[in-house]
Design a protein around this ligand. Sequence first.
Ligand SMILES: *Cc1c(COP(=O)(O)O)cnc(C)c1O
Length: 354
Amino acid sequence: MSKLWFDKIKKIEPYVPGDQPNVNGMIKLNTNESPYPPSPLVRKVLDEYDVDNLRLYPSFKCDGLKEILARTYGVDKCNIFLGNGSDEVLALCFQTFFNSDKPVFFPDITYSFYDVWCDLYNIPYRYIPVDEKFEIVVEDYFGENGGIVIANPNAPTGRYLKLDKIEEILRHNQDVIVIIDEAYIDFGGKSAVGLLKKYDNLVVVHTFSKSRALAGIRVGYAMCGEELVSYLEAVKNSFNSYTLNSLSQIVAAACANDKDYFECCRNKIINTRERTVLELSKLGFQTILSMSNFVFTTNHSMKASVIFEELRKINIFVRYFDKPRINNYLRITIGTDDEMSSLISALEKIVAQS
Ligand SMILES: *Cc1c(COP(=O)(O)O)cnc(C)c1O
């Protein structure tokens, strides 16, 4: 039986997120969540929350949250665009800003959502290979293009591109929008947000999911010129005016207000990362220099896919990508010190069998 409607359906290969297993006693190091709970101020606003508020639609201006973020980053409220997780913010940026016949440029090894959004919105794109050390070669971004998106630090490598290099890319691409996805910027890098005053084609995207321990509430934001924000708002309001629910708004605001707790958690994660890299090297792992809350590591004496399976058997979950160039690497989220010690002793046993 022929089904005429079949040809008209949008068929797309979606992004596949990391597993969300729920096993007692598991060690979950596969989706770059924070190992620490959100700020205690979050508990407080939730305890004090008047449930009657839920009858009402949320504020679509999100003034409270925008004010705190504006103060944090030295921008104006009108420079902030909020969304339901930075994935949504990025998707709206692609839809709003990438409308050229020329290809959008991004690295061949990067966040695997970028090509999915291009496919979804019929945006032409070109993968720009990173070099053999997984470093971005800025000169490769000087050719004609329809826009640029770079995750900095990059995922899943953890490699950080210094700000002067980011600026070089911006300087050579002032006729297109350049998006810098800074999901992991709080783990040692320097944000490009200071370049907003100089480049009106720059969009910096952040998330509450990683360094702020709030992956469950889905809040992300873009920072860019007021005019770009207005175009993003128009596209968003043509789709869903109330993307950010009221609970997420107050939770994110409470969290953003607690700078000391934020500093403390990210410093702990950075210290644990450095210790982990050292321990891994003693087991024969080579790890890419990371400025994020994960490490990207390989061991020449054993296949990454085998290590991945062995870890999974004992309920330690890490991420493995069966993709060209990176199929012998594991991406391991930095957990607590205890979690990383358990991982290291498990790896010790696994590698000893090889
Ligand atoms: C995790 C991640 C995101 C998405 O974060 P959400 O705010 O949870 O949607 C975006 N970009 C990169 C590179 C990420 O790793």
